[in-house]
Design a protein around this ligand. Structure first.
Ligand code: ATP
Ligand code: MG
Length: 296
């Protein structure tokens, strides 16, 4: 269906925290990846898409330079790139819900921190100098930034810096280094980023197809199909309780006049509390089932 020159290219992390999630997302969108000639690239056999496996730091450049049409990268890495390359042409297509982490200001347990003003005149070690710089500028604070590419959490102990700004997810690394988090600088998750440059019609059509599928995969992650029975008098209260559902399907139950089956796709998480409320509102035989595929 697609000529070879119309193949899309997507850059994903080769190894690391985003690598497996990125591959899983593409696989869930029906992309069957076949091994490439080397470990830098691979081909999707049933869709006009090639994968490039790179360091996460290189993904924004690949997309902005037009080497790749798409990329999956941490919002933190993309933001740092964007601040340093204001003319870069790309757009964030969607937030992907994995790779969640927070850039936080941290310091030795016991050091005084009341507000960003406490950073005034201090040294801050980080791998995200431009994001930290913006945080300081927003707070009207002047500090000196020490850029480090790794092992940022060692900086206070080594006397290189008074504070650090680094990625925190569980806080275990901070703990292990006797550090305490004081402030949040940036909330991050993996994003799908897209190059902004004209492409021919066939490629544009393939891109739209891929985006439609990815949207479907992301939507089904939370979505559930819910089925229940209820009397007609309880239907308004019950439909009001269904989280993120559009108009539900209501079908009469055979041989039970006034009783109906209600079927609905719920776009938001369905919690036990919701089921209890539904039951209290007169629902019975409540079933919540996962949705495998969805295209809206
Ligand atoms: P690469 O070899 O590709 O340069 P890396 O070592 O720079 O990899 P990883 O540690 O694999 O990067 O993290 C990739 C991204 O995962 C981060 O930029 C961030 O967006 C996200 N992430 C989520 N949780 C964490 C965490 N606890 N620590 C570090 N990064 C995290
Ligand atoms: Mg990296």
């Amino acid at each position: 269906m697609f000529a070879d020159t119309d193949r899309l290219h997507i850059a994903i992390q080769k190894n690391g925290r985003l690598a497996d999630y990125s591959r899983d997302l593409l696989r869930d969108a029906g992309m069957r990846v076949v091994k490439g000639v080397n470990d830098l690239a691979a081909r999707v056999e049933n869709f006009p898409l090639d994968l490039l496996f790179v360091r996460d730091d290189d993904i924004p450049t690949f997309v902005a330079d037009g080497v790749c049409d798409f990329g999956i990268v941490g919002g933190n890495v993309l933001e740092e790139f964007a601040l340093g390359t204001p003319d870069a042409k790309f757009e964030i297509v969607s937030r992907l819900g994995f790779g969640r982490c927070t850039l936080k200001i941290a310091g030795k347990d016991g050091v005084e921190y009341a507000s960003p003003a406490s950073l005034s005149g201090k040294r801050i070690a980080t791998s995200y100098p431009l994001i930290v710089n913006r945080f300081l500028a927003d707070a009207g604070v002047e500090s000196s930034i020490v850029t480090m590419n790794g092992a940022v959490e060692l900086a206070p102990r080594l006397g290189i810096a008074d504070f650090i700004c680094d990625i925190v997810s569980t806080g275990a690394t901070l703990d292990a280094n006797g550090l305490v988090a004081f402030d949040t600088v940036y909330e991050s998750e993996a994003v799908l980023v897209r190059a902004q440059r004209p492409v021919d019609a066939a490629k544009a059509a393939a891109a739209e197809q891929m985006l439609g599928r990815l949207e479907g995969v992301l939507a089904t992650k939370e979505a559930k199909y819910i089925m229940l029975n209820a009397g007609s008098e309880n239907l308004p209260a019950i439909t009001a309780l269904l989280p993120g559902a559009g108009a539900p399907t209501v079908l009469p139950l055979h041989g039970r006049p006034g009783q109906f089956a209600v079927h609905a796709v719920c776009q938001e998480s369905v919690f036990w509390e919701t089921l209890q409320k539904l039951k209290a509102a007169g629902a019975s035989a409540i079933l919540v089932v996962p949705i495998e595929k969805m295209m809206m």
